[in-house]
Design a protein. Structure first.
Length: 307
């Protein structure tokens, strides 16, 4: 594959930025990759493992002369980072972000972007429960969706170029309106994470009365909840604080459905339970057929086998 950007600056050096660095390097998509993280410890680790061509002590230095700048920090930190880099952005550069929420990031970042710089918000639908500069791997985005939510009037050439980079890292791109993105993600990711956090919390309480049986005899369903609930607390705090309306809407609907099932169990209504579970099973089949997961018993999540 060939060069798409001459210099890519990664601001924030965690799972997503690290995976981008590995993927871009693997295919020679960037002439130079610079990187910056706020803490010295992360910058030192990034230098030690050679994550980027150059690790800079300031965000300003990292973005100078870059034709692509990627904001890969928690959603709640995007606005401050944008304000910090804005005076140092090269004319004609593209700024994108990888935040899990889109409208709040647009509101926080958009006002800082100078005229002549293209701002194209994005979100890779790929991740693991691991974080930090050592967590990234080149194949993270392979066969995954990467949604872009460009604002009306954005230069189509800049969007195509960014889409080209994303495709070259192995992902599939689609474009979406930001509010719609936030609603879709509340259903597919944000509410499920909250449910996993809650379920692990319930088991934590239970453990005290059942002498650690919950952990000892943890079946696959619960183990998968614990994996999700091990996700980065800062990232997920920010997701819920910044996708509040959509998440609350979905959780309200979830609670209603839960009561329906609870009542069916209480009333011994096996037919209702069977019909409900048959419908949900069909949804799972659809996900596998769409290539978004595998039907392997570990859901394809063993290291090196991630889909
Ligand atoms: P991560 O591994 O935890 O790394 C986060 C990076 O952001 C670190 O370099 C950290 O710096 C920096 N950071 C944290 N708080 C900051 C602050 N207040 N100001 C400036 N920098 C700060 O995170 P990640 O998983 O790569 O996530 C990055 C973004 O991608 C988030 O917006 C997240 O919503 C989005 N995303 C995540 C996933 C996922 O599954 N993980 C999937 C899709 C999108 P230090 O190391 O110096 O603290």
């Amino acid at each position: 594959m060939s060069l798409i950007y001459n210099r890519v600056a990664l601001i924030g050096l965690g799972l997503i930025a690290g995976s981008m660095a590995h993927a871009m390097r693997e295919s020679g998509l960037a002439g130079e990759i610079t990187g910056h993280a706020r803490s010295e410890a992360t910058r030192d680790t990034a230098r030690e493992i050679g994550l980027c061509d150059r690790i800079c002590d300031s965000a300003a230095e990292a973005v100078a002369g870059a034709d692509l700048v990627v904001l890969a920090v928690p959603v709640g930190a995007m606005g401050d980072v944008a304000a910090e880099i804005a005076p140092h952005l090269a004319p004609g550069a593209t700024v994108t972000d990888v935040g899990s929420v889109k409208q709040a990031v647009i509101d926080a970042v958009g006002p800082h972007i100078p005229d002549g710089v293209h701002f194209i918000p994005g979100h890779p639908l790929a991740g693991t429960e691991h974080s930090g500069p050592r967590a990234g791997f080149a194949s993270l985005f392979r066969n995954r969706w990467w949604l872009l939510t460009p604002l009306p009037g954005t230069d189509p050439g800049a969007v195509d170029r960014l889409s080209g980079l994303i495709a070259a890292m192995g992902a599939k791109t689609d474009r979406m309106e930001p509010g719609h993105h936030d609603l879709v993600l509340a259903v597919t990711s944000h509410a499920p994470h909250l449910i996993a956090y809650t379920m692990v919390g319930v088991a934590d309480h239970l453990r005290r009365v059942t002498d650690e049986e919950v952990i000892q005899y943890s079946a696959a369903g619960f183990r998968d909840f614990t994996r999700i609930a091990a996700s980065d607390p800062t990232m997920w705090r920010d997701v819920f604080l910044h996708n509040k309306e959509a998440t609350l809407d979905i959780l309200g609907r979830f609670t209603e459905e839960l009561f329906v099932l609870q009542r069916a169990i209480r009333m011994g209504d096996g037919e209702q339970l069977f019909d409900y579970f048959s419908r949900t099973r069909a949804i799972r089949r659809g996900i596998i057929e769409a290539g978004q997961d595998t039907d392997a018993p570990d859901f394809g999540r063993t290291p090196g086998a991630r889909p």
